[in-house]
Design a binder for this molecule. Structure first.
Ligand SMILES: Cc1cc2nc3c(=O)[nH]c(=O)nc-3n(C[C@H](O)[C@H](O)[C@H](O)COP(=O)(O)OP(=O)(O)OC[C@H]3O[C@@H](n4cnc5c(N)ncnc54)[C@H](O)[C@@H]3O)c2cc1C
Length: 643
């Protein structure tokens, strides 16, 4: 069933029962030792309850005409935004409404929470930016009722400013005395009017040398305006966006494009259905498997680089990077393929080396002395194949996705495997979560998926405040739907919780970028005892023993640390050096107004950008960042609004 509302990054919620669903028998949210505090990397401070029917004192009548009502709001918007009437604009919002903007007005990523902030921002911004030429985009306006007690008039519009074509997703609520009020509005730049994407090349008998020779020569001679470090999904997407905006791009990749997926543990498939994972301009074919095997995803990325004719230097890395303080221009020395050094002078450098900085291994007393077995990080463990003979015992430290996947690979081979859990994990079934969280991208009965651009506008539309409120409801509903699964896990000794701020994976994705597992088979093995669970942590190692907290003595032949990664800032330090890394703020996590720290926007270092995120992020944010860079390069970008 396709759900009716899509929420930034996580939650789509179909109508269930009255209110937020049945009261749970046991509140897994009430975990006494959560792995992260509610405010861990989450500084957002404009929470407000949802404008439910109870709060508003009125419901949207069943016979309302969504198109007509939306037209009424658009007429008002057109009037105030066309004339720069900041007060008129702010007055269209609920007192606790949210205006989120990506580039269209602010040339930044900003959220203005509640009416006073909207009024102030509009006063400043509408003086320099007028919006005109309003129209409707598909899907048509509708009443979106994810819960019986909460409904909005939801519609998408197009408009133009002097510099960009843009869109906006609007959720309006009906109030008792003031008619329709905008609850959330997300304005997003869609294209630069002066610099639309360049059309496809002719390609017909274009030279007297083969295409591959032409490509090799172009790649070799690359002299980038935009140097992208890292050829994962984010680097590739941004490179393609830049190229089609006429920016000279180059990716420097330390391995080979695609290796990042091909070289992960061999039993890995992507954790969610592929419905929203396509890279820009290059949709998966119709018969693509629901869960993409990691190696196949690696090939898809290689095909992408060739199909988009991107300039990539594989097996290459940064030797040194310096920036002229006055001009912001870079001098970057590259070790190209281990064969030669090249000095580049790009205007912009983009770090696309992943949110995962460096593999994180805890330092545990006696670790180096352990002789009874092997110790590895999960990034160095590709399979348990060689551990199945001779009654070997494996310990997996960590109970997020990699930990579960690794333990499951062992248990499927009949290996005696134990997961060591220090703090609770957010677990949800794919059966219940996938349709609710990304169901709007799902294929129909003919296998056809809805237009990605359309769904992306909706998926990324909600500001953090409302997304958190709806995320909390969704997590509770999912917990009830998954109750048997969760009860089974608890009985087997595994602890779960309802996630940071009780929002399931919604907030965890924005902060910790992990700490969850979407059941892909391992839970079943935990429940039936094929995967054992111990609580606690490794206190120390002796030569022949692993001492778990509380003095429990154990012995394992293989210990895999599925303990994640250090922050991206470590990768910046390693790649660009300490002088630059010291100026970059923390990356990821949510700031006070609800935007990501440092990613996709100013980093603290002029002309240095961070492009990160899971696959839909790669597609969506690459477009914004490429436009931002193009506007800077061509001198048409107003300064970002930082008030
Ligand atoms: C086990 C596992 C499963 C995952 N499953 C999913 C999933 O199902 N869906 C999803 O969206 N995400 C998943 N993720 C998260 C996923 O890794 C990230 O979303 C994604 O890889 C981020 O893309 P990226 O382009 O930012 O980074 P990456 O894909 O990590 O790409 C970074 C690239 O930069 C290169 N690089 C790094 N440092 C340098 C350097 N100094 N110089 C040159 N090149 C460098 C790397 O070799 C790599 O190719 C998973 C992660 C793990 C570990």
């Amino acid at each position: 069933m396709a759900p009716s509302t899509i929420i930034d990054e996580t939650v789509a919620v179909p109508v269930v029962t009255k209110g937020t669903g049945q009261a749970p028998k046991k509140q897994y949210a009430l975990e006494p030792n959560p792995p992260v505090a509610d405010d861990y990397m989450y500084a957002f401070k404009y929470n407000h309850e949802l404008p439910t029917i109870d709060v508003l004192g009125v419901d949207i009548p069943a016979d309302v005409n969504p198109q007509k009502e939306a037209q009424g709001i658009v007429d008002q918007l057109s009037k105030v935004l066309g004339s720069g009437d900041a007060n008129g604009f702010a007055d269209l919002f609920l007192d606790y409404g949210y205006w989120r903007d990506k580039i269209a007005f602010t040339w930044d990523y900003r959220t203005f929470n509640f009416q006073p902030a909207i009024r102030k921002a509009a006063t400043d911004l509408l003086a320099r930016t007028k919006a005109t030429n309003f129209g409707f985009l598909t899907p048509a306006p509708k009443i979106d009722r994810p819960y019986p007690d909460y409904a909005t008039l939801q519609f998408i519009i197009s408009f133009e400013t002097e510099i960009v074509k843009a869109s906006a997703v609007i959720n309006a609520v009906l109030t008792k005395n003031d008619g329709w009020k905008i609850y959330t509005m997300h304005t997003v730049a869609e294209s630069l009017k002066q610099f639309p994407e360049i059309p496809p090349q002719d390609g017909h008998m274009t030279a007297d040398v083969p295409w591959t020779t032409q490509r090799d020569a172009a790649v070799n001679a690359a002299d980038p305006e935009v140097l992208i470090i890292g050829g994962g999904q984010c680097g590739l997407s941004l490179a393609a966006r830049c190229k089609f905006l006429g920016l000279r791009e180059l990716i420097v990749e330390r391995d080979e494009v695609g290796d990042v997926w091909k070289k992960r543990y061999e039993y890995l498939s992507l954790h969610m259905p592929h419905w929203q994972d396509d890279l820009a301009y290059f949709p998966y074919p119709k018969h693509w498997p629901t869960y993409t095997p990691a190696q196949k995803q690696g090939f898809y990325m290689q095909w992408y680089a060739h199909a988009m004719e991107l300039n990539v230097w594989n097996h290459s890395n940064v030797v040194s990077a310096e920036q002229d303080k006055e001009t912001g221009k870079w001098t970057v020395v590259i070790n190209k393929g281990g064969i030669e050094q090249r000095t580049l002078h790009p205007a912009h450098v983009v770090m696309a080396t992943s949110l995962c900085g460096l593999p994180y291994m805890p330092e545990i007393p006696g670790m180096a002395d352990y002789k009874a077995g092997e110790i590895r990080h999960s990034t160095k463990h590709d399979s348990a194949r060689n551990w199945s003979a001779g009654n070997k015992k494996v310990l997996v430290v960590g109970t997020s996705s990699s930990g579960f996947d690794t333990a499951f690979d062992c248990s499927r081979r009949g290996i005696d495997v134990t997961m060591l859990q220090r703090s609770p994990t957010y677990v949800m079934s794919l059966e219940h979560s996938a349709p609710r969280n990304i169901g709007n991208y799902a294929p129909d009965e003919n296998g056809d998926r809805p237009p990605l651009e359309e769904q992306d506008r909706l998926f990324f539309a909600l500001p953090v405040g409302p997304a958190e409120e709806l995320g909390r409801r969704n997590a509770e509903v999912l917990e009830n739907l998954d109750r048997d699964l969760l009860d089974g896990l608890h009985k087997a000794g595994l602890r779960t919780w309802r996630g940071q701020r009780a929002t399931g994976n919604a907030t965890l994705g924005k902060t910790r970028n992990g700490g969850f597992y979407f059941e892909a088979g391992a839970c079943e093995h935990v429940i039936n005892g094929k995967i054992k669970v111990e609580q606690g942590y490794i206190e120390k190692f002796t030569e022949d023993k692993v001492i778990l907290s509380g003095g429990r003595e154990r012995q394992y032949d293989l210990i895999v640390f599925a303990t994640g990664f250090t922050p991206l800032n470590d990768s910046i330090r390693q790649t660009l050096g300490g002088a630059i890394a010291d100026q970059v703020g923390p990356v990821w996590g949510v700031d006070e107004e609800g935007e990501y720290n440092t990613a996709f926007r100013e980093t603290g270092v002029k002309n240095l950008w961070i492009m990160v995120g899971f696959l839909p992020y790669a597609r969506f944010h690459s477009k914004q960042l490429a436009m931002r860079i193009k506007a800077l390069q061509t001198g048409i970008s107003p300064p970002p609004y930082k008030e």
